[in-house]
Design a protein around this ligand. Structure first.
Ligand SMILES: *[C@@H]1O[C@H](CO)[C@@H](O)[C@H](O)[C@H]1NC(C)=O
Ligand SMILES: *[C@@H]1O[C@H](CO)[C@@H](O)[C@H](O)[C@H]1NC(C)=O
Ligand SMILES: *[C@@H]1O[C@H](CO)[C@@H](O)[C@H](O)[C@H]1NC(C)=O
Ligand SMILES: *[C@@H]1O[C@H](CO)[C@@H](O)[C@H](O)[C@H]1NC(C)=O
Ligand SMILES: *[C@@H]1O[C@H](CO)[C@@H](O)[C@H](O)[C@H]1NC(C)=O
Ligand SMILES: *[C@@H]1O[C@H](CO)[C@@H](O)[C@H](O)[C@H]1NC(C)=O
Ligand SMILES: *[C@@H]1O[C@H](CO)[C@@H](O)[C@H](O)[C@H]1NC(C)=O
Length: 479
């Protein structure tokens, strides 16, 4: 199954990019993946735009150390201090990013410029003076290549592979100062700053990438989805970089909280389609869905008691039962609330075909009435088999599974009252599941599988839904 990202651009994916890229985490394993992530050129371009904006903002806030020293100017020894560097403006008009097959990603910057102001102070045996100056750096070109790989523990690793730099010009304009200070300082500073930039820009990039890499490797391989389940996002193979995209194969195993024994399931190989116009693709395997349903089953999520508190959209009352359980009516002159206990008796069965995802749940149901004097009156028990179709939707970094009841089969096991017609029970249960139980299950958003990728798991109302067919998803991320 394939979940696609949006093909349009915008603010909405921004947060997701901040959080998603650095957080893909990983553990070593020789196996087929349960989840696949593909980032396309379009996604890379989007990431580049956001990255450049982030870089600009960061540069504008950057602080630089002051520096001082002694220089000879003709026969005079001049002590100088340069301090309070402030970046006033940064312009990065041309950038490009592309995939380097087999290696990683290249990022280049062309015709970049910056305006920086700073203070100067000079001291010689004769005089002392100080003032400010403006520094214009222009025609800066940087071409860098980042290598992506999987480290020995299975995390994503990013390193600077190569970096080339060219600086067009560095011009210094003093705001004060006598003419000899002017010619001394501007001449000296232009040279000194030019060589400082040449020495440090690539080193700085390397250092920043090393820090990011260290952070990537610190990420936990196992992430909490919610109170019930955890997911292993480790890379099962090295990222595969092609001309038009990068593929990341993730383990994608969901565990019940506290038990990380691999379930007795083996992921089957699967591929992502090559056509499409999205920035990001998420491929979901039936292995992933099976481990998820198994984990949630073990955590007891499919055992639900529906009471008045849970039924927010609909009040379940004995008025609905009176057609087939006439004995209940005299005990509840006004309709009494009905209590429903649903229990899954075996792990739900998942089937995933290209565009349909089905879930079969077998279990039992117990039905009670809450009498006016608060006594809980048992009414009947039966076996229940339901067939549901599921929609998988990615909303705000969460994979949300919503169920739609397709078929229901009920068989009566035991009853405290006389039944007039069992087929009416089926209608009642079907109606109840559709109106009460399924909305409760869907409302709980068990499937917040991606929330941990993004860090925060806040649930805000969905802003936008893209509709695709059947199972293969509706939306990507609004922030
Ligand atoms: C300049 O700095 C040197 C040490 O860096 C110091 O010895 C010298 O006295 C200073 N000269 C003036 C004029 O302040
Ligand atoms: C953990 O799960 C495995 C199979 O999924 C099971 O065999 C084992 O008993 C469980 N361990 C605990 C402590 O629940
Ligand atoms: C769910 O209900 C079934 C049937 O009563 C029970 O066997 C099972 O232990 C329950 N599961 C959990 C996790 O509570
Ligand atoms: C359910 O019944 C309660 C009173 O018992 C009422 O306040 C509430 O509005 C009802 N809900 C619906 C959805 O009808
Ligand atoms: C509650 O009412 C029912 C029927 O009206 C009756 O059978 C039962 O004994 C009552 N229970 C209590 C605790 O009063
Ligand atoms: C009800 O379900 C249980 C367990 O799933 C099974 O053993 C039993 O045979 C079923 N009974 C009927 C009447 O279908
Ligand atoms: C699933 O998606 C289809 C097509 O987008 C839609 O018609 C259907 O109502 C959705 N079902 C649920 C349960 O959201």
């Amino acid at each position: 199954m394939l979940l696609t990202g949006p093909s349009d651009k915008g603010e909405k994916m921004q947060k997701m990019w901040y959080s998603f890229l650095p957080c893909l985490l990983f553990l070593q394993l020789e196996a087929n993946p349960g989840l696949k992530v593909r980032i396309t050129q379009k996604g890379l371009d989007y990431g580049r735009k956001i990255g450049i904006e982030l870089l600009k903002r960061r540069l504008l806030k950057e602080t630089f150390p002051s520096w001082s020293g002694q220089e000879s100017f003709s026969i005079v020894k001049v002590n100088y201090t340069i301090s309070r560097f402030r970046v006033d403006a940064v312009d990065i008009p041309e950038t490009s990013a592309s995939f380097i097959p087999g290696t990683g990603v290249s990022l280049s910057v062309a015709h970049a410029s910056a305006i920086i102001s700073a203070d100067w102070r000079v001291k010689t045996w004769l005089l002392k003076d100080q003032g400010g100056f403006t520094l214009s750096i222009s025609e800066l070109f940087i071409a860098s290549v980042f290598k992506v790989s999987r480290d020995s523990t299975g995390h994503l690793s990013v390193l600077l592979h190569s970096c080339q730099l060219s600086i067009g010009s560095v011009k210094v304009k003093l705001n004060e100062g006598s003419s000899w200070i002017y010619s001394f300082l501007s001449g000296y500073l232009e040279k000194a700053i030019h060589s400082k930039l040449e020495e440090n820009i690539c080193l700085n990039i390397k250092y920043k990438i090393q820090m990011m890499d260290a952070q990537l490797r610190k990420q936990k391989v196992l992430s909490q989805i919610d109170a019930f389940a955890q997911i292993d996002y480790s890379l099962v193979s090295s990222p595969a970089v092609f001309k038009s995209h990068i593929n990341l194969d993730l383990k994608g195993t969901v565990y019940p909280v506290g038990n990380h024994t691999d379930p007795p399931l083996v992921p089957a190989p699967f591929g992502l389609p090559s056509k499409g116009d999205s920035m990001l693709y998420l491929g979901v395997s039936s292995y992933f869905l099976k481990t998820a349903t198994l984990a949630y089953y073990k955590a007891g999520v499919f055992n639900i008691t529906i009471s008045k508190d849970l039924a927010t959209t609909f009040n379940l009352t004995t008025a609905m039962l009176k057609d087939f359980v006439p004995e209940i009516a005299p005990r509840c002159p006004t309709a009494c609330p009905v209590l429903l206990k649903l229990m899954a008796t075996s792990p739900p069965v998942v089937s995933l075909q290209s565009d349909t995802c089905r879930l079969w749940i077998t279990g039992s149901v117990e039905v009670f009435a809450v009498l006016p004097n608060s006594t809980i009156q048992y009414i009947f028990t039966g076996n229940l088999t339901t067939s549901t179709r599921s929609n998988l939707t990615v909303i705000k970094q969460k994979l949300i599974i919503s169920l739609l009841l397709k078929r229901l089969h009920f068989s009566l096991l035991h009853s405290a009252v006389r039944f007039s017609q069992v087929s009416l029970v089926e209608n009642f249960l079907s109606y109840t599941l559709r109106r009460v139980v399924i909305p409760v299950i869907n409302g709980k958003n068990y499937g917040q599988f991606l929330s941990t990728v993004g860090g925060k798991a806040s649930l805000k109302p969905l802003k936008r839904v893209h509709s695709f067919k059947g199972c293969s998803v509706r939306s990507f991320l609004s922030v």
